[in-house]
Design a protein around this ligand. Sequence first.
Ligand code: ADP
Ligand code: MG
Ligand code: MG
Length: 502
Amino acid sequence: MELENIVANTVYLKAREGGPDNSKGRSKKWRKLLAFPHISVVIGMAETLSAVSYDYIVDQQPIGQKLFRLFCVKHKKEYYHYNEFLDDIDAYELEVEDARAESAHNIVQKFLTRPAASDSGVDTCEEHPPESDKFIDVLSEDTISNVVKNIDSGSRDLFLKCTTEVKTYLSDEPFKEFRESMYFDRYLQWKYLERQTVTYKTFRMYRVLGKGGFGEVCACQTRATGKMYACKKLEKKRVKKRKGESMVLSEKLILQKINSRFVVNLAYAFETKDALCLVLTIMTGGDLKFHIYNMGGEPGFSEARSKFYAAEVLLGLDHLHSNGIVYRDCKPENILLDENGHVRISDLGLALEIPDGEVVRGRVGTVGYMAPEIIDNEKYTFSPDYFSLGCLIYEMIEGRAPFRARKEKVKREEVDRRVKEMDEPYSKKFSDEAQSVCRGLLKKKFSTVKGVNLDSKDDTFYNRFNTGAVSIPWQEEMLETKVFEDLNVFGPDDSLPPDLDI
Ligand code: ADP
Ligand code: MG
Ligand code: MG
């Protein structure tokens, strides 16, 4: 048994390194697995796409964006600088506040400064603006002068109107031309590949990473690209016995909707004879519970480290909330680390989508992390996640959960009582700021708004689950693993102009 584990681990580590002979983990038959269908096969596909618009294809789909840019570079060069402008604005928005003013000046200089009017007389030939001229000529005067007026404000939204106006322009004529070009046919070819049926044969399976309520979670790798994922298996019989269908489907539908660097993403959902499988971002660094308690020494983290995790979890929660989803299971066990030390929220089995303007009720969560309004079965929207985040931050700093010591033998009712009535104690480990954050999040009152057989009937549910590749993660996989570059050639002398990085 021990030896078996060592072997399984070695094989898994080898796979992570990219497998034998520079194959990058790709199967020998990878080109066959990703062979473009003939154009005639995909030509009718455009009607079956949920949206053929700039907003969806270029703004949201990674391969769509890549192809639109290729179209601009190779076909309509005069459109290219609009993309550069949008990229520079993205970079501006990611700058720390102090660095934004300088970056804003550079952008204005490069894109928003009208080329000097030529002073040529009537009889000399008209001078053309220099090739390097990148003036964005589709913006209103107002928009430009507003940017110039607020250039030193450091506001993240400084270029918001510019972005909207440029995108409005690109979605019109340029997008129409793209739509009629061969780059759009190629988009359909990629889309066809994305929609290929996914089965257990799509992946190689490796060692177990963890155990869940309905089955194991294993490391896996797609044969076509070599990308590693985690495969969460939900055994059909266990799901049925525990009437977990709606929970499992809700987890899948919510994961599919979400695409955040701070939430484990769903790349594929498929079924085998015995199991439903969720293929997720692989997180190889263990969970926060392990790191708080099992790394030797005093439990808990420094404040700086706690702050870093808290910030990433908050960004994850924020993303869920802005998509109308309450997580309801924030606790150290469910926050997973990747190999670079970043964290993501995982296990969305208890998450719930709240329709706009509505409130929900429901006593779910983990004892000791559940907010008072949940314990009291009151109506709520997103507030329970802030209470649980408070518990998490407290636990990271103190090395102990606020309402229940680790392995403490205590009844659920007693923990619930503490959550509702006890003021959590603060030791010297908390700075004033940390204490104030925790006290704020852990306020008792938020403004809350008041022997199994499978048969054919189960198939409707499986069919809703078994939808294969999820668009954005699949396209990211193609780009990240360089499969896109290798396959996306248009002809024998297909090359990009030098120094264009799209
Ligand atoms: P359940 O909903 O049944 O509790 P989880 O989603 O929590 O299942 O997964 C069970 C365990 O599998 C986790 O505690 C963790 O150890 C491991 N695990 C889950 N998702 C991943 C992932 N994306 N990467 C690595 N390990 C994971
Ligand atoms: Mg879990
Ligand atoms: Mg779960």
